[in-house]
Ligand binder design. Sequence first.
Ligand SMILES: [Ca+2]
Length: 470
Amino acid sequence: MLWLVLSITLGGLSSACTRIPERPNIVLILADDLAWNQLGCYGNSFYETPHLDALARQGMRFTDAYAASPICSPTRASIMTGKYPARLRVTQFISPGDYAGDAIRLLEPDWTRRLPLEEETIAEALKDMGYVTAAFGKWHLSQAKTPPGSLPFNPDKQGFDQHFVTYKPVPRMAREWQTPENDAHNVRIITEKSLEFMEKNRERPFFLFVSHNSVHTPLVEKEALISKYRAKPDVDAPTNHPVIGAMIETLDLSVGRLLAKLDELGMSERTLVIFFSDNGGLEWSGDDGPVPANHPLRAGKGDLFEGGIRVPLIARWPTVIAPGSVVEEPVSSVDLFPTLVHVAGGAGKRDEIDGVSLLPLLRGAASLDRDSLFWHYPHYHGSGALPSSAVRKGRYKLLEWHEERVYGLENRYELYDLSHDLGESNDLASSRPEKIRELATELENWRNSVGAQMPERNPAYRSAGDRRVP
Ligand SMILES: [Ca+2]
């Protein structure tokens, strides 16, 4: 109670004297399957994202930000807890069909199909620090994606005072979405609940998690908006998709509405706004097979190549972040938990979690006290991605393929120098054996340290099969 009285007193002082730092409001906006290359501020000239581009101009843009997983649920679990998906054992999206049968080389481990309630979430941590908390939109951390089945593991069981869970639309309703009134990917309802929450909680620090279902498939939007992108001169370029353009514009408009509300309420200065994506873009099919939708990055959602894991990250906090900052230090979704606790006035490092606070970067530091980032995906994915692990250390990135590891095959490792080879096209594995040994050892030590579950040899496996199609 004494603490509460003190904080109310300090809050009163700070509104009278703007020089005293206040605990900021926090708005975390998460896009679904938005690719690194799909925003204007990340170099895209086809998609229109004026509000996100302005957010980057007013704040900080990260060039080397990563999702801790190439798919939805594990990254979301890492955001909530600051822990690697491998440590949580939430390593696959919830829930795919099981890969089994005699054409599959590896059996996947028995992973956890929900975020266990005993894990401390960022909402619980901030709530304990006096924040009011809300989650609106996609959750995807329980086996059932929407109520009533999802209720036992919904956000209200994980520290969120208010919540509203949405899920992507069902494909058979596609015709209905083409009407002007539609809200196919729930962007409007998620946005309106967020605006209302900010309005109602303007007098106290809040943590608002705006978790969109867009731009995940199915690819649908209002016809009028799609037509605008169909009419663009460069619509035939392989990475340009008119429906995704329309979906991204809708998402960007939502961000604009949230930022306008912060301005209207006079809260922009004391609000940290973060925009992030949960994994890379899904590669769609063109006339000649999969389209390199994440170009210049290799592959897409499901893969540990850069296209699957490197994502946009923008942070704006006017009293702390210098406008127009660009940060090249590699950062991960596991860093959001310690960062938000740190900016709220707590400790920047907790022993039990994997991430580190990004507050030094937000304040202008060029780098963090951390050498390496890790990924572990012991699963197959519908995109054709195969079980793999990866480590990034400085300019180098090592990938390890588990089929090759388990069966003692060649080409178990691939090594890339991202400073010269962003597209991961020049494998250095045969020319840099000492680097392979160093990074492979580091990767294996990390897997052991977090108790990573490993895929195992499938005794029923009979066929060499096609390596890319499990
Ligand atoms: Ca996703």
